[in-house]
Each structure stands twice: as structure tokens, then as C-alpha cells.
Design a protein around this ligand. Structure first.
Ligand code: IPE
Ligand code: IPE
Ligand code: MG
Length: 302
């Protein structure tokens, strides 16, 4: 049996899904799957059982997402802070993750048909050292081009950059914090905190969260568009400031026409510098991941 079961929704769930799909649907949903241990305590079962049921719930939730046409899901399965838990619990969680994600990867070919992709995220400080150095070099280089470094460029440096930001972020178990999860990427996401413990998550909980997204959709879109426009305006102003500075250094006092040509030229060159930098970053990242898979990464031996 496939881990992400292909089974259809029951008729009532199907009806609700088709009603929801009339409204705007989130394309990317992120989950902070919290409350496994409280669930185990509540049901008087071993803690490991709580974690195991949590992983099973993930499989079920992915199936619901497929049925709701949610194309991308990112989950918070383990945080760096969680390494502070007992060795027994951490080892158990790692083993569970190994088993479940191996199964998921084996099914990936099948999943590709649905556009589901699996990505492991680290936070920015976990970028391999040479990638950090590359970014540091680029920052130094931009001192003479002081508007190359923008919010959009920083976003493109993150591992999550090949994916759109989540439209909806859901945290279960009643905790109302993000615990360092996708802080950068969720600045315009709809955040939904639900009291249900993760292993008890239901299709109806998911529908309720999607509904909350739909109710807030117009306001979220407006805020996002305003922010994008502000970023673009800032970039144009920064380009203009650089061109004016260059002109004054060269003692040039040409007309408006010439200034506009210079601004266009400057912004084309900036885009080229940024795209070269991102290409170099991508190459380093690919090499790092290939080394990691082949077991030759120095990162594995620190
Ligand atoms: C979330 O459940 C899963 C992981 C962090 C691995 P918890 O283990 O945090 O369970 P609670 O929140 O203590 O109930
Ligand atoms: C972090 O786990 C979030 C995950 C579910 C992986 P915790 O449940 O330990 O969260 P904090 O550290 O208490 O915020
Ligand atoms: Mg927790």
C-alpha cells in the first residue's frame, strides 16, 4: 500500500472539497506538526507511538492536499532545538523519519505526476561554509554597487527559493509561535493556529484552515502587491541614486534623455551581476548536495 494513499475522499468530504475549490485555493501549504507527545499522554500510549501516528497523519494529510489541488506542502518535522530532547527520543524520531521518507522517496516517481516534491530545508545559518563565503564575497563586492543587495536577492539565496512562499501556514496543538520555521517566507502568508493535536488532525480541520485563508485572501493579496510595488520602487530609486552619483563623480551634467539611458544601462548591468552571482551560488549548492549524496562532503565529517 502506498504511504500516501491514493484513496478518494468519501462523498461528504468530496462535496465539501468541491465547494471549497470554488474559492481561491492555497497552492503551497506549510504545516508545523505539533502535539505528538501530548497526544501520546492523552491516549496513554508510548511517546514513540505518538510520533509514529504523527507520521501516518502526514501521509493522510498529503492525500487530502492532493484532493484539494494543493500542489505543494512543506512540513516542519524536526527542529534544531529538538536535538536537545533525550537521545532515545531523537534516535527514535530519526529512525521514523528515515523509514517514512525512504518510502516517500520510493514513491516519488508516482508523486511527480501530482507535482508533489520533497525538499529538506535548513535555516540560513546552516548553509555550508563555502556558500556562506560566496554570499559574504558578494556582499563585499556590492559595496561598490550598493544596491545589488535587495530583499528579493536575499530571498533567492535561500534553499526554499525554487518554490513560491507558502500561502497558508498551519500550526497545530494550540501553540501560537513559529519556532523559527520559514520566518522569511511567511511574511505574507495566512497564519492559522489550531488547537487540535497533530495525530488527531482531520480533513475538516484542513478545510477550516483553507476557509480561513479564503476569508483573508483579498487582504493578503493586497498586502503582498503593495509590498512588491514598494520593493520595485525602492530598486528604481536606488538605481537612480547610483547613476546620479556616477554622473557627479565623472562631472557629467547631461540632459534627462541621457540620464534615462544610463539608468536603463545600469539596471541591465545590475540584473546581470545578480544573475551571475545566483548562477554561481546554484552551482556551489548543486556540488554541495552531490557531495553530500555521494558521502564525500566535508560537512559530513565535522
Ligand atoms: C511535534 O510534537 C513533533 C516534533 C517536534 C518532532 P512534539 O513532540 O513537540 O509534541 P508536544 O508538542 O510536546 O506534545
Ligand atoms: C518545533 O518543535 C516544531 C515542530 C513541530 C518540529 P517543538 O514542539 O519542540 O516547538 P517549540 O520549540 O516548543 O516551539
Ligand atoms: Mg511540541
Amino acid at each position: 500500500m502506498s504511504w500516501i494513499q491514493e484513496a478518494e475522499l468519501n462523498p461528504v468530504e468530496r462535496l465539501c472539497a468541491s465547494i471549497l475549490k470554488v474559492g481561491p485555493m492555497p497552492e503551497h501549504v506549510a504545516f508545523i506538526m505539533d502535539g505528538n507527545r501530548r497526544y501520546a499522554q492523552k491516549c496513554r500510549v508510548e511517546r514513540e507511538q505518538g510520533h509514529s501516528q504523527g507520521f501516518e497523519k502526514l501521509a493522510e494529510t498529503l492525500r487530502w492536499c492532493l484532493n484539494l489541488n494543493i500542489r505543494e506542502v512543506t512540513v516542519y518535522a524536526f527542529s534544531i532545538e529538538n536535538f536537545k530532547r533525550s537521545k532515545e527520543e531523537v534516535d527514535g524520531l530519526m529512525e521514523l523519519a528515515r523509514q517514512k521518507f525512504t518510502r516517500l522517496l520510493e514513491e516519488q516517481e508516482n508523486l511527480k505526476k501530482h507535482g508533489v516534491c520533497i525538499r529538506v530545508l535548513g535555516n540560513l545559518t546552516l548553509l555550508p561554509v563555502d556558500i556562506q563565503e560566496l554570499i559574504a564575497q558578494a556582499v563585499l563586492a556590492t559595496q561598490s554597487y550598493n544596491n545589488d543587495l535587495s530583499e528579493s536577492l536575499l530571498g533567492k539565496c535561500l534553499y526554499s527559493s525554487s518554490s513560491p512562499d507558502p500561502d497558508l501556514l498551519i500550526r497545530t496543538s494550540g501553540e501560537v509561535r513559529l519556532s523559527d520555521f520559514l520566518l522569511w517566507q511567511t511574511s505574507h502568508s495566512c497564519l492559522v493556529f489550531q488547537p487540535v493535536l497533530w495525530p488527531e488532525y482531520s480533513f475538516w480541520n484542513l478545510c477550516q484552515a483553507v476557509l480561513q485563508y479564503q476569508v483573508n485572501h483579498a487582504a493578503l493579496q493586497k498586502a503582498k502587491l503593495l509590498h512588491e510595488a514598494a520593493c520595485q520602487r525602492q530598486q528604481v530609486e536606488a538605481d537612480l541614486a547610483c547613476v546620479l552619483e556616477q554622473m557627479s563623480t565623472l562631472g557629467e551634467t547631461e540632459g534627462t534623455e541621457c540620464k534615462q539611458e544610463l539608468i536603463l544601462k545600469y539596471s541591465r548591468e545590475r540584473e546581470e551581476r545578480v544573475s551571475n552571482f545566483l548562477q554561481r551560488l546554484e552551482n556551489k549548492r548543486r556540488k554541495f548536495l552531490t557531495d553530500l549524496v555521494q558521502g564525500s562532503s566535508p560537512f559530513l565529517h565535522v
